[in-house]
Write a protein that binds this ligand. Structure first.
Ligand SMILES: [Zn+2]
Length: 175
């Protein structure tokens, strides 16, 4: 019986090891977009939402990085703000094969939690774009991908977020 338990223990170790080895970087999210220069369909919301979402795009575009988000009428990618029954604030969904995206913003949960509504929307939108730029969650760190960050105040990617995005798109110039 002891030998059997030992063998089972060994098999568990062997099962886990290859999975860990395959993850080269814990900050890396493999379902991001193929490009850091996405086009998104123009959106039209009330000025509070519009300004906050536009600011998220502008703050990403202002980083020294390969990121350039543009609005384009016929873009497949979109940003949608509405009330969802889900518990999340924001959701990034990639369209196969990672060359378009849907970013969803949940007005219900944001309204319930935000003390600075505009900053909350900006922070969440930057976070969801972060996933599109291959950034995984980075809880406990100075990162827009930290799920415990203060969304009322953090409205920019951190310097390490920007460095990671540069590293994930080596074929695109930083500007
Ligand atoms: Zn996330």
């Amino acid at each position: 019986m002891r030998a059997l338990i030992g063998a089972m223990g060994l098999s568990v170790v062997l099962t886990i090891s290859p999975v860990s080895a395959a993850v080269a970087d814990d900050d890396y999210y493999s379902n991001g977009q193929n490009t850091p220069r996405p086009d998104v369909r123009p959106y039209n919301y009330n000025s509070t939402w519009q300004t906050a979402i536009d600011r998220a795009i502008n703050n990403w575009n202002a980083t020294y990085s390969p990121v350039r988000i543009s609005k384009y009428n016929n873009a497949a990618s979109s940003i949608t703000a509405q009330s969802y029954s889900d518990s999340w604030y924001g959701l990034y969904t990639s369209c196969s094969p990672n060359n378009c995206m849907y970013i969803s913003l949940n007005s219900r949960t944001i309204s319930a939690s935000a003390s600075n509504f505009s900053n909350y929307v900006t922070s969440i939108t930057i976070h969801e774009f972060g996933h599109s730029f291959k950034l995984a969650h980075r809880d406990g760190q100075d990162s827009i991908m930290n799920r415990s960050r203060n969304r009322n105040t953090m409205i920019n990617p951190s310097s390490s977020d920007v460095v990671n995005v540069r590293n994930y798109y080596p074929g695109f110039p930083n500007e």
